[in-house]
Write a protein that binds this ligand. Structure first.
Ligand code: PMP
Length: 360
């Protein structure tokens, strides 16, 4: 009986979806989710806890997160006159944008493969989603993108810059052509931009329909859940109507403010991660049968010998290291695994596990 009611009332497009699944990482070295591997020093933790002591959890947080936004404006070097909306992670910002544009016949375009939440949330909201296949080398297929944009007239185009899960940075020139050809919004998702040293932030002044998205998740604060979407006031004003009043909780606001006050903290760790990425890339390239793709992010995509991805993923996990198996997604990701750049010890544990599998 209950089941029938579920089938009757839950929208069919939701019933067809699977919930976003996160692998259980208990007791494993966690190199699956592009987190920053560094924890804070005991002194920094003490100072942070001292700051948290001043929080009154009986009160709602500042609904506009004004102090936090001021700190973020400086940190992000937001051009004058631009506005910002905050989300409970950038996932929530993707949802806000798509909620704001959802409607019959509306569509979303993004290159494929890319971050899966663009498709997932579009499906939740009944938006049509068109993925445009990347080329074999993971560069944008510009004519195909322009054709999709011309035919669909999408409400939103998402471009992850650098892209997840491929790790590369698309040509800035191609992106510019896409922005100029798009009739709706273009969101440049810069979740990994600190590892690439490239940003479209200054271009916000050139294009009224461009929004740039960032997150603190990949630079050491994944546990806080804070994403930022920046652009011209006309768009941000509308997105503010979709945002739930207190979506950035008090602990997140205070903790993020604290972290942003630490001189150089977040960026210094990003620099260490880039160094470790170069070493990991080099070590992977030396392994027989492994094809390593270049990365401008804090993770590396690599291709295993045909039909071996699942077995290699499982063997690495049994040796205590969790990475991400993407081969199930098929297409360009067939036989592909993705590893997040961790500390030197974590990266070595991963390499040893992979080598042991190869020698077994
Ligand atoms: N954008 C991209 C390209 C991502 O890879 C991710 C996380 N994997 C996100 C956005 C979401 O990040 P968060 O919700 O943690 O801010």
């Amino acid at each position: 009986m209950a089941k029938n009611r579920v089938a009757q009332w839950i929208r069919p497009e939701i019933q067809r979806l699977s919930a976003y699944r996160v692998a259980d990482a208990a007791d494993l070295i966690k190199l699956d989710a592009m987190e920053n591997p560094y924890t804070w020093s005991p002194e920094l933790v003490e100072a942070w806890l001292e700051r948290l002591r001043q929080v009154s959890v009986n009160r709602y947080p500042d609904p506009q997160a004004r102090t936090l936004k001021l700190r973020l404006r400086q940190y992000l070097v937001l051009p004058e006159g631009m506005e910002m909306v905050l989300g409970n992670g950038s996932d929530e910002l993707i949802q806000m944008v798509l909620l704001a544009v959802a409607g019959s016949g509306r569509s979303v375009v993004a290159p494929e493969p890319t971050f899966v939440m663009y498709r997932q949330i579009a499906a939740l909201l009944g938006l049509q989603y068109q993925g445009v296949a990347l080329r074999e080398d993971f560069s944008l297929d510009l004519p195909a993108m322009l054709q999709a944009i011309g035919e669909r007239e999408p409400a939103v185009v998402f471009i992850a810059y650098p892209n997840n899960p491929t790790g590369n940075l698309f040509s800035a020139r191609d992106l510019q052509v896409i922005i100029e050809a798009s009739p709706g919004l273009v969101i440049v998702d810069e979740a990994y931009s600190v590892f690439a040293g490239k940003t479209f932030m200054p271009r916000l002044e050139d294009y009224e329909h461009l929004l740039v998205m960032r997150t603190l998740s990949k630079i050491g604060l994944a546990g806080l859940r804070l994403g930022m979407l920046m652009g011209s006031p006309a768009w941000i004003k509308e997105l503010e109507k979709v945002r739930l009043p207190y979506n950035i909780n008090q602990l997140t606001q205070v903790s993020a403010e604290f972290a942003l006050e630490q001189p150089g903290g977040l960026d210094e760790q990003a620099r260490l991660i880039c160094e470790a990425r170069a070493q990991l890339q080099k070590a992977l390239q030396q392994l027989p049968g492994i094809q390593v793709y270049p990365s401008d992010a804090n993770f590396i995509l690599f291709r295993t010998p045909t039909h071996r991805a699942e077995a290699i993923f499982t063997a690495i996990k049994e040796r205590g290291v969790l990475i991400k198996n993407l081969s199930g997604q098929g297409g360009l990701l067939t036989d592909c695994l993705r590893v997040t750049v961790g500390t030197a010890d974590e990266n070595n544990a991963f390499l040893e596990a992979l080598k042991a599998e190869q020698n077994s």
